[in-house]
Write a protein that binds this ligand. Structure first.
Ligand code: ADP
Ligand code: MG
Ligand code: MG
Length: 881
């Protein structure tokens, strides 16, 4: 079979717009080639070829083999070397690269093309026998591992064995003879494990390597990584075949990784690591401890200068922070890869803001660069500066943030315990991509070897997981499942805390604090405020929460739940008296006690909000929630019966009777919300008086207040009409008595499907709608959230019976349709109707985008999510244009 479709591109033919088929690596190699940067020449085989390969049952079609040979000829001409030549062989790397970067998840083979003959040719041509055999032993190991699927440790152990025998501390101490011996022992492993002689035919080496790299798309760690990052399993990987350059040719050679900015903090300075006289993955694999990039300025100043220039070119071209792989061959710099660098939330925010200041990108672009989750992450806990800590070791600060949990020593164990709901910190020797599922499950990661650009460090930063790397002071005893450091022994299951911002390892569970928004973050959020249409309010029930909300940029309180004003320990007895009262006098007495208490609650909230609107929702839960628990009460009564304490028993029996009377078979749909307001008007009246007495107090002091009364759970317009009248009567009387005037609103929470369906009727009576999307989701789906989430909802989501958990992301097709319709119908009859949303969805980016689409006026969410909502609302606006 032949094909007209183009499956292979030389780097000259490749460019960024072909990224979907060339993968990130192939496209960037092409892009850098066209920028005239020093890139060793090569070709890329497309992801479509990969999919074809899988369709054919993991076999490379003949026409593709022919295509590779054709492009190889071109490469031979360009490099003036021949593939498989005995004297001066062209050597290749075979590299994977998907459209979405999956660092270290798939395989690479270096020095391909070497065999017993050409290794001698290479030695002669370079006049460096040691180098030639160093390349050969590396090739055999990588080929053995990637193509023949032999465990890498088998080679590693042979290497250690030999080093012991000859008394070499470092790989670099091995002589030519040692390396020749190593080659022969490595071949022995191949023979023993794969049952074949090490393949000598370069073309066979190449084709099987290409096939193996395609296959590595479906290795376990790649699949886990894709699941974790929601990457489509059908994308496939491209394969790049590239001319080798050599970092292992002495002390004027080396290999490294450089970020154009610090991916942890975002600081505008080069950040990275390198190793002299090393090849390929030595840096990222954490085998030797690499040196910081700034010291390259001393060891190879000219190369460093060139590197600085190149990073500037690339950053300007891509207009984003780049993560660059390079190799230095005898003082010459080569670029092997560039990609948009993964960064911490903190760095993402700083870089976006800085790049606007530098004129690289505009404000809208900066807002799109930061993910709402980034904002959420920087609001994550950090170690309380006042906390007492016992630091037992210090490693590299690889990914900031603090994490505490039980010590575990394997990725599998971390995953297992996390599934049981435990918080764990994963502690491993070195950072390997195989640990991905453990990294995912853990609160944080601690490794004893490996640098700042090791795979786990990169992966942890991407996930926003705290990580401490290369912590050599930590000595792990895997047998005993413990580690020792600073004279202490920590067993499996003991609590430890790590600080990924400083590299510290601490004993026990250290206290954490909530951090503030950085200057750059404030700046970004101010830009967001200028752009967004949606208002952002917060759900807050107390003075301190309200202050927090205001500090985080909320423009008002969208939902002040009043139930806790009935719940406090000193109030419950009064509330119970009220509920169980048998005469009006008893009830009035209880209400008279509650009113001033609640009045002071509201006063605190109004003060905190400094004149911004506050939506107070009148009492919502069923009254039996304030009464003693029924099973507990039954137990108590039984005990009293046994003990024979008559007087106390009679009292409790009476209580039990009342509680039983009030209990409901389905409280969620029972006697609650505005139904209470209609049947027991005194409670709502008391609440309204408390609100307006507080408001009057502020008015008298000359302070501004903007109270809004919200009636919950309305399903029929008449419920609202009755309650509005009641509420207004109470308010107007109060205002008249005080001789004051005050604008206020009365609106309703829309949280039942019938209210949505009859929104036009309700909107004629109401000043605002606030969609309570939690209850609206429950009542639209007919799911009780707790029951659904504990019994079947996760299965539904995993099996894709429904797209997502509708309690997290607003269900656009169902619940969203009701919201959209009700908002539209409501606004059509009432020009002044304000419409917002106050469920948890109000702080979730995707749901916020829907709110923008539905034409809502504001979202309201928890104070800590207000900054997230500000950004998400701006993004929704930009994307809607
Ligand atoms: P990964 O996706 O895991 O980073 P790469 O394909 O980038 O895998 O290869 C890993 C490393 O191998 C590179 O960082 C580089 O050091 C080395 N390498 C790849 N191709 C070449 C080459 N042509 N010459 C020299 N080194 C190479
Ligand atoms: Mg790479
Ligand atoms: Mg509700």
């Amino acid at each position: 079979m032949t094909s007209d479709k183009k499956y292979i591109y030389s780097f000259e033919e490749a460019s960024l717009d072909l990224k979907p088929i060339l993968g990130g690596k192939g496209a960037s190699l092409g892009e850098m080639t066209s920028l005239d940067l020093p890139v060793p020449p090569g070709m890329t085989i497309t992801t479509e070829a990969c999919n074809l390969y899988f369709e054919k049952g993991e076999e490379l079609p003949d026409f593709l083999e022919a295509g590779i040979e054709e492009y190889l000829k071109e490469l031979e001409e360009k490099t003036d070397k021949n593939f498989g030549d005995d004297n001066d062989p062209l050597l290749l790397s075979v590299r994977s690269g998907a459209i979405i970067s999956m660092p270290g998840m798939m395989d690479t083979v270096l020095n391909l093309g070497l065999n017993d003959k050409s290794v001698q040719g290479l030695a002669k041509e370079t006049e460096d026998e040691r180098f030639a055999y160093d390349c050969y032993r590396r090739f055999i190991q990588m080929f053995g591992n990637v193509v023949l699927k032999i465990d890498s440790h088998k080679f590693g152990r042979k290497l250690d064995e030999l080093k012991n025998e000859v008394g070499a501390d470092d790989d670099l101490d091995l002589t030519v003879e040692d390396l020749q011996e190593l080659v022969s022992r490595f071949k022995g492993i191949i023979k023993q494990e794969a049952g074949i002689d090490f393949p000598q035919d370069p073309m066979e080496q190449l084709i099987t390597a290409v096939e193996a790299v395609f296959s590595s798309w479906n290795n376990k760690r790649a699949i886990v990584y894709r699941d974790a990052h929601d990457i489509d399993h059908d994308l496939g990987t491209a394969v790049s075949i590239q001319t080798m350059v050599f970092g292992n040719m002495g002390d004027d050679s080396g290999t490294g990784v450089v970020f154009t900015r610090d991916p942890s903090t975002g600081a505008n300075e080069l950040y990275g690591e390198y190793l002299l006289n090393a090849q390929g993955e030595d840096v990222v694999a954490g085998i030797r401890t690499p040196k910081s990039i700034s010291s390259l300025a001393d060891s190879l100043p000219e190369v460093y200068e060139q590197l600085v220039e190149v990073t500037e070119t690339l950053e300007e071209h891509y207009q984003d922070m780049q993560d660059i792989e390079f190799t230095i061959e005898k003082g010459n710099l080569y670029l092997l890869q560039t990609r948009t660098g993964k960064r911490t939330a903190k760095a993402a925010i700083k870089i976006a803001a800085d790049m606007v200041a530098e004129g690289l990108i505009d404000e809208e672009e900066a807002l799109l660069r930061v993910e709402p989750e980034h904002i959420e992450k920087i609001l994550h806990s950090q170690i309380d500066p006042d906390a007492e800590t016992e630091v037992i070791a210090k490693g590299l600060p690889a990914s900031p943030g603090a994490a505490a949990g039980k010590a575990v020593f394997s990725a599998d164990e971390a995953e297992r315990l996390a599934e049981e709901g435990e918080k764990v910190v994963l502690i491993t020797l070195e950072t390997t991509p195989e640990d991905i599922h453990g990294v995912l499950a853990a609160q944080g990661v601690l490794t004893t070897r490996g640098g700042m650009t090791s795979h786990a460090a990169v992966v942890a930063r991407g996930m926003g997981k705290p990580c401490v790397c290369g912590c050599e002071a930590v000595k792990i005893d895997f047998e005993a499942q413990e580690f020792s450091a600073g004279g202490q022994t920590i067993n499996k299951g003991d609590h430890i805390t790590i600080n990924g911002g400083t590299g510290e390892v601490m004993v026990g569970h250290v206290d954490m604090i909530e951090p503030n928004l950085s200057e750059e973050c404030q700046q970004l959020l101010e830009w967001a405020d200028e752009i967004r249409d949606l208002g952002v309010r917060a759900n807050a029930d107390t003075g301190p929460d309200s202050s927090q909300a205001l500090e985080f940029g909320a423009e008002g309180i969208g939902l002040c739940r009043t139930e806790h004003m009935f719940m406090a320990a000193d109030r419950v007895p009064i509330v119970q008296k009220l509920i169980l009262s048998e005469s009006d006098a008893e009830a009035e007495e209880a209400l008279a006690k509650l009113e001033p208490m609640q009045c002071s609650d509201f006063e605190e909230i109004f003060r905190a909000m400094q004149g911004a609107p506050v939506t107070v929702r009148l009492l919502d839960p069923p009254l039996h929630e304030f009464l003693p628990d029924l099973p507990e009460l039954i137990e108590e009564v039984t005990e009293l019966r046994i003990e024979g304490k008559q007087e106390k028993l009679r009292e409790k029996e009476e209580l039990l009777r009342k509680v039983k009377n009030m209990s409901e078979s389905n409280p969620m749909l029972g006697f609650r919300g505005c139904r209470l307001g209609i049947m027991i008007p005194e409670i709502y009246k008391m609440q309204v008086r408390a609100v307006f007495k507080a408001a009057l107090k502020l008015l008298e002091e000359g302070a501004a207040v903007e109270p809004e009364i919200m009636i919950p759970l309305v399903t029929h317009v008449n419920e609202f009409k009755i309650l509005r009248e009641q509420v207004e009567e109470e308010i107007d009387q109060l205002l008249a008595e005080a001789g004051q005037e005050l604008d206020y609103k009365v609106g309703t929470m829309i949280e039942l499907p019938r209210a949505c369906l009859t929104a036009a009727e309700i909107a004629k009576e109401a000043d605002f709608f606030s969609f309570g999307t939690n209850d609206l989701t429950q009542t639209t789906f007919g799911f009780s959230r707790d029951d659904a989430e504990s019994k079947f909802l996760h299965y539904y989501v995993d099996e894709e019976i429904i797209e997502a958990n509708p309690f997290i992301t607003l269900d656009n097709k169902g619940v969203g349709k009701l919201v959209k319709m009700a908002a539209k119908d409501g606004k059509a009859v009432n020009d002044d109707l304000k419409v917002g949303i106050c469920g948890e969805h109000g702080g979730e980016a995707e749901s916020i985008a829907y709110c923008q689409e539905y034409g809502l006026d504001y979202v309201s969410c928890s104070p800590y999510r207000a900054p997230v909502a500000r950004l998400a609302a701006a993004q929704a606006k930009i994307q809607s244009e």
